[in-house]
Write a protein that binds this ligand. Structure first.
Ligand SMILES: C[S@@+](CC[C@H](N)C(=O)[O-])C[C@H]1O[C@@H](n2cnc3c(N)ncnc32)[C@H](O)[C@@H]1O
Length: 242
């Protein structure tokens, strides 16, 4: 059980967010743990997973490219860090990184994988909710594929909460509402809840950008980039203050 309060900018959002977060914790710490560890390593994976891995590598590069080249004296939140690949790359560029994930089993792998040359303290690994105010303030927030299971209202409320603690930019991904993702979403709903992974929620970019504009008037959508590779379809958005 997480003690952190969920976002509350939209009615009904808090409890929905908490329910989904609990499902994701169970899923990424048990059912999906091994597959996720393999996908984020160099081990050989099947053809489809290899395309997903390639897409995710391209997405990680895109998000990191949107951060300043020199990240020294910069604090970065890797929100939903999983096994920690993005945290490590940001720390290699000089950032002080806080990598947090609700799935303790994945954070344990992230700690194991941290290269020794980075030294202790360069990455602060935590198990818990990305919204915990105890994490402090950041220059940049990155959420790679960690909001794709939440509804658009919950994504926006999460970003509103994070914006209060972020100075410069928030980069994150959502699952764009393409016909393929919509079909997968509908098919997923045909299975009993116990048998399925928490569904990825396809989101219309126009709808999301409108919600963001209303909820975050001091922020601007600066860049958008879609990456499609096999079954991996994800869209990055960059929000900047001002
Ligand atoms: C699809 S994985 C992506 C992991 C990592 N960002 C990457 O790209 O390799 C989504 C991750 O988000 C985490 N997550 C989801 N909701 C979260 C929350 N509210 N707080 C912290 N982590 C969360 C999940 O546990 C999972 O590890």
């Amino acid at each position: 059980m997480m003690a952190t309060r969920a976002p509350s900018s939209f009615e009904g959002t808090a409890s929905r967010f908490e329910e989904q977060r609990e499902r994701l914790t169970t899923y990424f710490d048990s059912t999906a743990r091994k597959a996720w560890i393999d996908l984020t390593s160099d081990v050989k994976v099947s053809g489809i997973r290899a395309t997903v891995r390639a897409g995710r590598d391209a997405m990680r590069e895109t998000l990191l490219h949107w951060l300043p080249g020199d990240l020294r004296r910069t604090r970065v939140l890797d929100a939903g860090c999983g096994t920690g690949a993005l945290s490590v790359l940001a720390a290699r560029r000089g950032a002080e990184v806080l990598g947090v994930d609700v799935a303790g089993g994945l954070v344990a792998i992230a700690k194991e994988r941290q290269p020794s040359f980075l030294g202790h303290g360069k990455i602060d690994w935590r198990v818990g909710d990305m919204l915990d105010p105890a994490h402090g303030r950041f220059d940049h927030v990155v959420a790679m594929d960690s909001l794709i299971h939440y509804r658009p209202e919950d994504i926006v409320a999460t970003l509103v909460a994070l914006a209060d603690r972020c100075e410069h930019s928030m980069v994150f991904t959502f699952a764009p509402a393409t016909p393929l993702l919509r079909a997968m979403h509908t098919t997923g709903k045909l299975f009993p809840r116990s048998d399925r992974a928490p569904a990825i929620v396809p989101v219309s970019e126009t709808h999301l950008v409108r919600l963001l504009g209303e909820a975050l008037p001091d922020w601007t959508v600066a860049r958008s980039q879609r990456i499609s590779s096999g079954f991996y379809i994800s869209n990055a958005l960059e929000l900047v203050r001002g």
